[in-house]
Design a protein around this ligand. Structure first.
Ligand code: NAI
Ligand code: MG
Length: 491
């Protein structure tokens, strides 16, 4: 047998492990100079416009309409006509065909949508490509499956559509939030007026072309653009039967006040300050990956982000050391680079909010860690940040930062972990890391959060309901539960 040659001393391995850039081409995307409103299957010219930009370098991308109350009114009329004119009476199996078509077209055009989402919103292409767009398509597939089975989902309850739904969505998952809103509404036989967030309208506007391809009847889905004033006009419109909102708790409360007494249905998916809880028997390296995914995914612009890390005291030092080491390997930069882990902050306003809260953390006495990191000169950026020495009373432990900023706290017993985790006005999600199944169940029963992940974080599936407790809102999206807000069961 040949002997292994063990005499070579110089091994031929590269010494430099920095990544070469791997930019995704943006040629697949065609952006018009300006966009109007998609109403009744046609494009309406806007009277007033604003500019939407790319947060990675502030490049102007297109002029976008700022819809007035009159424009919203036209969209509601179109939606009402489409509702009365056949959509609501269409057999579920026919509605399902349209939803299946939309899902298939989203898959076919997924690269185009992913590039546009990253360009307009700043999120890394690997996230828009692997998470946002596939999940958006999955939502349409999933609700297509329910459209002809509503009688089975709600036996003996005579489910019927509600009418016209007004839907207002945020900028952190633009196409995915559109899918969460539109797919169940259509599956149940409703028609829709939807407004994307002012900073990220482009994938919603491209989606109108998908509707054209799918030959969805005119007026079933109408898209109007604009800022909070347009959103308010939707909320205030008298001929809308149901409002679905995802966004800040502040605006959610204002909407709830306005809707009170009008008879309009309402679901709210608001902010969060999730606890990610690591016990001393957890697999630490896996937990570190889960912590990183929990707070640095999508630059921390995630309502269910694991923004408060609770570590059992006995493993505090090794865990924080591993976490800080892992942070040095995160690549921050161009969202269109396939190697990028953390992209651009969505807007100047959001960057300012993050900076203000981080400054308050330093001021109040927390210890900050940020890995060495070269940020691009133009655009909006924030270095992934860890705060240790955080007290529960600090603003960074109480308020939603909505950025790549983690606050680390400690606990000794499971009871203490539950008490601290629930010590927040929010209740959207939580994470538990432990080897013991019984402890996972014990914790899940006590955590006041709509979703509890065990030994993982930020997992989404269209079949799984999502929504909040307390100031994180009410109503569920996803799963069979997600049908209910779009149905009425009275005579
Ligand atoms: P926002 O709540 O103002 O915006 C969300 C959506 O609501 C946008 O489409 C916006 O145009 C619309 N809107 C604004 N004012 C409205 C009104 N009076 N009536 C109806 N619609 C209205 O959120 P913003 O200002 O973009 O972000 C502020 C903070 O809110 C963030 O820093 C974050 O903490 C939180 N947020 C939470 C989100 C979540 O997923 N739960 C999403 C976006 C923001
Ligand atoms: Mg706002």
């Amino acid at each position: 047998m040949a002997e292994l040659d063990r005499t070579r001393t110089e091994v031929d391995v590269p010494g430099d492990w920095t990544y070469a850039s791997a930019p995704e081409s943006r040629d697949i995307v065609r952006i018009a100079d300006s966009y109007g409103y998609y109403v009744g299957g046609e494009w309406l010219e806007p009277a007033e416009t604003y500019e939407t930009i790319a947060p990675r370098d502030e490049e102007p991308l297109a002029a976008i309409g700022q819809a007035t109350a009159e424009d919203v009114g036209r969209a509601v009329v179109a939606a009402r006509e489409a509702f009365a004119d056949g959509w609501s009476a269409l057999p579920g199996s026919e509605r399902a065909k349209y939803l299946f078509r939309i899902a298939r077209i989203l898959q076919e055009r997924s690269r185009e949508f992913a590039v546009l989402e990253s360009l307009n919103g700043g999120k890394p292409i690997k996230e828009s490509r692997d998470v946002d767009i596939p999940l958006a398509a999955a939502h349409f597939f999933y609700y297509a499956g329910w459209a002809d089975k509503l009688e089975y989902a709600f036996p003996n309850r005579r489910p019927r559509p509600v009418g016209v739904a007004g839907q207002i969505i945020p900028w952190n998952f633009p196409l995915l939030m559109l899918a969460w809103k539109i797919a169940p509404a259509l599956a149940c036989g409703n028609t829709v007026v939807l407004k994307p967030a002012e900073t990220t309208p482009l994938t919603a506007l491209l989606f109108c072309d998908v509707l054209r391809q799918a030959e969805l009847p005119a007026g079933v889905v109408n898209i109007v653009t604009g800022d909070g004033r347009t959103g308010a006009a939707i909320v205030e419109h008298e001929d809308i039967d149901k409002i679905a909102f995802t966004g800040s708790t502040e605006v959610g409360k204002a909407i709830q006040r306005h809707v009170a007494g009008t008879g309009k249905r309402l679901t709210l998916e608001l902010g969060g300050k999730a606890a990610n809880i690591v016990f001393d028997d957890a697999a630490l390296d896996q937990a570190v990956e889960g912590i990183v995914n929990g707070i640095y995914f999508n630059q921390g612009h995630v309502c269910c982000a694991g923004s408060r890390l609770f570590v059992q005291e006995s493993i505090y030092e090794p865990l924080v050391a591993k976490l800080e080491r892992r942070l040095t390997t995160l690549r921050v930069g161009d969202p269109l680079d396939k190697n990028t882990d953390v992209g651009a902050i969505n807007s100047a306003a959001q960057l300012e909010k993050i900076q203000e809260l981080v400054a308050s953390g330093i001021e109040e006495g927390a210890e900050i860690y940020q890995p060495p990191c070269v940020l691009p000169e133009k655009g909006y950026w924030f270095v992934p940040t860890v705060f240790t020495n955080v007290a529960q009373s600090y603003r960074i432990a109480q308020e939603e930062i909505f950025g790549p900023v983690l606050s680390v706290l400690t606990f000794r017993t499971p009871e203490e972990a539950v008490e601290k985790a629930n010590n927040t006005p929010y209740g959207l999600s939580a994470g538990v890391w432990t080897e013991k199944g019984s402890r996972i169940l014990w914790m899940a029963q006590r955590l006041r959060a709509g979703v509890v992940w065990a030994n993982t974080f930020n997992r989404f599936d269209p079949g799984s309901p999502f929504g909040g407790y307390k100031e994180s809102g009410f109503g569920r999206e996803g799963g069979r539960h997600g049908l209910e807000p779009y149905l009425r069961f009275d005579e």
